[in-house]
Every structure is written in structure tokens, then in C-alpha cells.
Ligand binder design. Sequence first.
Ligand code: FES
Length: 104
Amino acid sequence: MAWHTIEPASKIRLGEVLPFTVAGKRLAVGRTERGYFAMDDWCPHQGGSLGEGTIEDECVLCPIHAYGYHTLTGEGVDDGEQVEVYPVELDGDVLRIRIEEDLE
Ligand code: FES
């Protein structure tokens, strides 16, 4: 495991989700009233970019067919699929994301 940073964290506004590449992974990183979250930027339905989606009721809605994935658990509310979510910590205006490194 290693921590990776996005800064300034405040470039992600409340209610916004954006795509980032962190440690070679495409992530959807966003911010709700509960705080920041990070999940895979890939919708299990047909591969939409969740980082280009919207947030509604603590879920990221895919921009392609609007399937929702919970920001805390990654659970798909429409299709029962699962998106991986990553632990995050906020340190001032620095967002740290913990990602398991590929050992290949
Ligand atoms: S590709 Fe995401 S809902 Fe269809």
C-alpha cells in the first residue's frame, strides 16, 4: 500500500466528481457533504467514466446510462455491481489516497 496525493484538494468542489490518474490508475475523486472519496473511474455496466459523472444522494451517477455507485462502499445501486473504493485522508488542502501497488 502507498499513499498518493492530490493537491490542492479544494480544486474538487463540494458536489463535484472529477477524473484523475493516480499511480497509473484512473480514479473518480469527488467530494460530498461527508467528505472526499475515491473510486475506480470505470463503470462496470459499459465502461463509462465515473469521474465525468454527477453526484446525487451520496452516489456517483455514470454519465452514460446514469447507474449509481455509492461513494463510500462502491456498491452499484442499479446493477448490483461493485466499484473499488480507496481510503482517503485530508491533511490541510492535501488529499491522500491509499492505493495498493501492482507488484508486477
Ligand atoms: S456505462 Fe455506466 S451506466 Fe452504462
